[in-house]
Design a protein around this ligand. Structure first.
Ligand code: SF4
Length: 228
């Protein structure tokens, strides 16, 4: 099977659809506002955890190809779907050898932290599988999320419900990108664990009166500074 990054995404006639980054689907699943802050407003607050994640993924993508008795492994694999308008990269794609020697793609998404049964990484992983299906013409029935800290895999089955979530999230993210929308903050428990909370200001932005008071205070401060 040729390496999947040998061709450019949407190369022939240009993209018919606004391309949606696959990683944005997991962000959207976690919090639509977080997705928009990153992909519409290009907000990115680096901290120890995001830095660790970025360096970890760079390392995973560096290693190249390995061939084993029962499978072949590719790392940092470029992916796309013209049908869905998706582009991105898989951390790892394993090609498991079937009974007749054919290769069945099996995407693996790496996460830095301990194993969590959260619903967001499976959306990203299933989107990778749907891209692989379009690129290789093969059915991709399952894949795995690998949690580095606990060294454990969680297998994910790409059933109809998960595929429907991928399609719905793709459309929703495309709508944010095209209309340049930033949804209001949910301001709930998710914000406690979110690296963007200092840029997002979920409490203030979720309370229009509080936001107006903050804005007024900023303008008052600017005017005071301008006085001779
Ligand atoms: S701080 Fe809360 S509302 Fe803001 S992006 Fe993060 S999770 Fe979403």
């Amino acid at each position: 099977m040729p390496r999947s990054d040998e061709q450019s995404p949407f190369a022939r006639d240009g993209p018919a659809l606004e391309p949606v980054p696959i990683s944005a689907l997991a962000q959207y699943s976690y919090c639509p506002r977080r997705c928009a802050l990153i992909h519409v407003e290009q907000t990115f607050d680096e901290n120890l955890y995001t830095l660790r994640g970025r360096l970890f993924h760079e390392r995973v993508h560096e290693i190249g190809e390995e061939v084993h008795e029962k499978l072949r492994i590719e790392r940092g694999v470029s992916l796309w779907s013209e049908r869905l308008g998706l582009i991105g990269k898989a951390d790892v794609v394993e090609y498991h050898y079937g009974p007749s020697g054919d290769e069945i793609p099996y995407p693996v998404e790496y996460k830095v932290g301990p194993r969590k049964d959260e619903p967001h990484a499976p959306v990203q992983l299933c989107a990778q599988a749907m891209c692989l299906e379009e690129m290789t013409g093969k059915r991709v029935p399952r894949g795995a999320v690998y949690y580095h800290r606990s060294r454990r895999r969680r297998e994910v089955v790409f059933d109809k419900a998960l595929r429907a979530r991928v399609r719905a999230a793709t459309e929703a993210v495309r709508d944010l990108l095209v209309r340049r929308l930033v949804p209001p903050p949910p301001n709930d428990d998710r914000c406690r664990h979110c690296s963007l909370r200092e840029s997002c200001l979920p409490r203030a932005a979720g309370e229009p009166e509080r936001l107006a008071a903050l804005r007024a205070a900023v303008y008052e401060a600017e005017e005071a500074e301008e006085e001779p």
